[in-house]
Ligand binder design. Structure first.
Ligand SMILES: [Zn+2]
Length: 247
């Protein structure tokens, strides 16, 4: 059966001389693996349209063990990523995160929309990269069932105090009167407000907030630490991105 969909290429691996296997994030089928036959031939239009971080129209059919891409046509290549190694590294991290968090073979429309928007934002430098990083981490985590409960203090229900304390392991916050030894990470209210915005806002407003560079460092630190704690793994692409930022 032939299917038409659109997808973002998250990963590509060579298979033999001519073929490759790609991992694709699609809206309707979630994360899928698909073969591209003859992709390496110079004349192949499929080669460029199935390159890493391309968003393309795909025509595919169900093979025995996986999908096979029959035709591919580029919609967006995020050109601004290709000339900046730091942005490219961050984009590759978003691809690795999508492989980890987005569902396989089921609806992933919202994941795809978040990742495409984030790639567009970093490609066009619409907001600071660290802001896009924090948004992508926390929003994808929330979509995949790891949403922290940031509504109010876990103990007394206080909505906001100047400093709040985050329990990374359980994804809970405490106010300054209930500060708990299990929640050692002190966050200024502005960081908590940004995290609430990332979790609860509509996609159209997701990127619409501004913070100082120092606040963005803190925000990015907390979303990254929470992500690693919840998914219990390291991200090679994140380590690479962070190593570039230290230079
Ligand atoms: Zn409290």
């Amino acid at each position: 059966m032939k299917l038409n969909t659109k997808g973002l290429i998250l990963k590509e691996q060579s298979i033999g001389e001519q073929d490759k296997l790609v991992t694709v994030l699609t809206a309707d089928l979630g994360v899928i693996k698909a073969f591209v036959r003859g992709a390496k031939s110079i004349k192949s239009k499929k080669q460029s349209a199935t390159g890493l971080l391309c968003y393309s129209k795909l025509s595919l059919y169900n093979g025995k063990d996986s999908y096979i891409i029959d035709e591919a046509q580029t919609i967006e290549v995020f050109f601004g990523l290709r000339s900046n190694i730091e942005k490219l590294a961050l984009a590759q991290y978003f691809a690795e995160l999508s492989c980890e968090l987005a569902p396989e073979l089921s609806d992933a429309n919202e994941y795809l929309r978040v990742v495409l928007n984030s790639l567009y934002m970093i490609s066009n430098s619409k907001k600071p990269d660290l802001q896009i990083k924090a948004i992508t981490e926390l929003r994808l985590l929330s979509l995949s069932g790891y949403m922290p409960n940031l509504v109010a203090c876990e103990r007394c229900g206080e909505f906001e105090t100047e400093t709040m304390y985050f329990d990374i392991e359980h994804g809970l916050i405490y106010c300054e009167n209930c500060a708990d030894e299990n929640a050692p990470l002190a966050l200024e209210l502005g960081i908590v407000s940004a995290m609430r915005h990332i979790i609860f806002s509509k996609l159209e407003k997701l990127y619409s907030f501004s913070m100082t560079d120092a606040q963005l460092q803190d925000l990015s630190y907390v979303t990254e630490t929470y992500l690693k704690s919840k998914t219990e793994r390291k991200y090679r692409t994140l380590d690479f991105y962070n190593s570039l930022r230290k230079i």
